[in-house]
Every structure is written in C-alpha cells, then in structure tokens.
Design a protein around this ligand. Structure first.
Ligand code: IMP
Length: 199
C-alpha cells in the first residue's frame, strides 16, 4: 500500500511540483481533496514559523500526518526582501505580475542581482514536527522570460543555467529547485526512519 500524507496547501502549482518530485513514491492529498476548506494563516516573520503554523494547524484539525512548506525569495541587495513576505510583496491583494513589477523597480539600478529561493518544509507526524530546508541560489534577471511555472519564475535564473525558471520544463526546474531539495530531504527521512519498507 502506498503511504499517504496531506500536503497543507491550496496552491495548485506547488501540489503539481511536489507530485512530480515524489514520482508516485507516496500519495499526496491537497487540502481541497482532503475536504478541508481553509485559508491557513501565515502571520510570522520567518519561513520556519509559518511552515510550523501551517502543518500544526492542519494536524490539529485532522489528527492526520501532514506536511506544509513556506517559500520566500531572498534578494541580497534588498537585505533579504521580499523573503517571508514574497506572496504579498506588492500588497495584500496583489498577484505575481505586480510582485515582479515591484521587484524589478526596486532593483532598477542594482548591479548585484544575487538572490536565492528558500523553502522550509514542516513534517508533522504523530504530533512531532521535523523541518527540512532547500535553497536554490541564482540571480534576478532584468526582464521577464518564459511562460512556465509560477510566482517569480519569469525573473529567476538559477546558478548553473542561463535559462529563467519560467523557460524550463518542470523536470528541468526540479534539477535546481529549492522545493525539490527540501522534498528530497523529506523523502530520505521518511524512507529511512518511518517507512523503510517503501524504500
Ligand atoms: P508561499 O510559500 O505560498 O507563501 O509563496 C511565497 C511567494 O513565493 C509566492 O509569491 C509564490 O508565488 C512565490 N514562490 C514560491 N515558490 C516559488 C517558485 O518555485 N518559483 C517562483 N516563485 C515561487
């Protein structure tokens, strides 16, 4: 039998990416499929605290093992901003295009374009939490390219590639991705410590 976990997210893109990374190793159920209709709060100043908040919230609600993740784009020249506020960088009601426009404006005269995506994943099993972190270093382009992916993908170029994330297929993005790295640590942990028979 395949092991099953709730992924505490309403983000369709994240669900698709995680499923592709897991490649059928376990069954992942998003909040909607689990019949849970909630907006999980992200009130904290760190990705770590927000990730914990999300997985604890869903664990307490369902008493079912689950994991969550919180991701931020950290730009060196902006002192780590937008960071934990990446989703709301251009304001509460903003969208990806507005966030990117604000970022490019803030970096208009900036030569140092170094940045990184950081994903913190929080696994809640039997009421105990463990976190995994994945980082993808790269730089912020001066203009948008590509139609794939989501969020800041059109302006992020990972180290080791000349392509923007949004120009890559999902498989190509996963060769570099912060979420892939954190998920791999989660898979390693589950298959060594919790579900050795599914290795
Ligand atoms: P959150 O983890 O849902 O709070 O996402 C934070 C922000 O980062 C949102 O604006 C997302 O669109 C963006 N984001 C998260 N992961 C990625 C990614 O893999 N590529 C580009 N943007 C991302």
């Amino acid at each position: 039998m395949k092991n099953k976990l709730i992924f505490a997210t309403n983000n369709k893109n994240k669900l698709i990416e995680i499923r592709a990374i897991l490649n059928n190793k376990m069954e992942i159920c998003g909040l909607k499929e689990a019949g849970i209709e909630v907006e999980i709060p992200e009130p904290h100043d760190t990705l770590e605290e927000n990730a914990t908040e999300k997985s604890r919230f869903i664990y307490q609600l369902t008493q079912t093992d689950c994991f969550s993740e919180d991701t931020g784009l950290e730009v060196f020249a902006l002192d780590g901003k937008p960071g934990v506020k990446s989703a709301r960088y251009a304001g509460e009601e903003c969208n990806d295009a507005a966030n990117i426009a604000k970022l490019l404006k803030a970096m208009e005269n900036t030569e140092n374009r170094t940045a990184q995506f950081k994903t913190v994943m929080s696994l809640m099993m039997n009421g105990e939490e463990i976190q995994f972190t994945g980082i993808c270093k790269g730089k912020i382009a001066t203009s948008l390219k590509g139609e794939n992916g989501f969020g800041y993908d059109p302006v992020f170029i990972p180290d080791g590639s000349h392509l923007h994330f949004a120009e890559m297929t999902m498989g190509e993005k996963n060769n570099f991705s912060h979420r892939k790295k954190a998920t791999q640590l989660l898979i390693n942990y589950l298959s060594e410590k919790i579900w050795p028979e599914s290795k």
